[in-house]
Design a protein around this ligand. Structure first.
Ligand code: GTP
Ligand code: MG
Length: 194
């Protein structure tokens, strides 16, 4: 996959605002601060197409980017930011579920999990929704640069077991570039399937 262009298209607060477009979509989901925006930028070889933040919980809208004028990357709102107002904390579930339910063009969701944290019940719920709606998942651990090889291996086994993930669980670092080409290859595969 060669990235020729990547442009922000729109932000949506709900289904009425999703782009009406037959081009396929790949979505990115995970808890707040997991590194979603950083991974998207790394996949696209862009420094800051998608805003990253040290103040988590900022992205509360669904952001659509069009890549090579051929497919969308969709940045879903993060969940689980402890200091978020209750209204925001409760908004993520209906937002994400409405996206998964009403987006026939979604080819896969990249589920990002922090390599240093135990998955929580929201990560679990996301995995269950994907199974329920029959949407293919690509699982990846983020921030692998913060762990030793051995710690990363252990995290990989423990997190896969906890979430019942059977397929591959990629180890990535947006900072170091670890696993980014593998992740890009997985994304390419999902775009080609069907
Ligand atoms: P929200 O949109 O706020 O939910 O966050 P996000 O999931 O988009 O995370 P974002 O990409 O903004 O990154 C959050 C923080 O983690 C930032 O301070 C990043 O610099 C840092 N970060 C992201 N990826 C990596 C990584 O691979 N390694 C390290 N060490 N830090 C990372
Ligand atoms: Mg973000």
């Amino acid at each position: 996959m060669k990235i020729l262009s990547a442009e922000f298209v729109t932000s949506a607060a709900g289904p009425g605002q999703f782009p009406v477009d037959p081009r396929p979509q790949i979505a990115f989901a995970g808890r707040s601060n997991v590194g979603k925006s950083s991974i998207i930028n790394a996949l696209l070889n862009r420094k800051s197409l998608v805003k990253t933040s040290s103040t988590p919980g900022k992205t509360q809208l669904i952001n659509f980017f069009i890549i090579n004028k051929q497919f969308y990357f969709v940045d879903l709102p993060g969940y689980g930011y402890a200091a978020a107002p209750r209204s925001v904390a409760e908004a993520w579930a209906p937002m994400i579920e409405s996206y998964l339910k009403d987006s026939p063009e979604v080819r896969a969701v990249v589920v990002l999990l922090d390599s240093r944290r135990e998955p929580d019940e929201r990560d679990q719920r996301l995995v269950e929704w994907l199974q329920h709606y029959g949407i293919p998942a690509i699982y990846a651990l983020t921030k692998a640069d913060k762990l030793t090889r051995q710690e990363a291996e252990r995290a990989r086994q423990e997190i896969a077991a906890k979430l019942g993930i059977e397929g591959p669980l990629l180890l990535t670092s947006a900072t170091k570039g670890t696993g980014i080409s593998e992740l890009r290859a997985e994304v390419s595969n999902k775009l080609k399937a069907k």
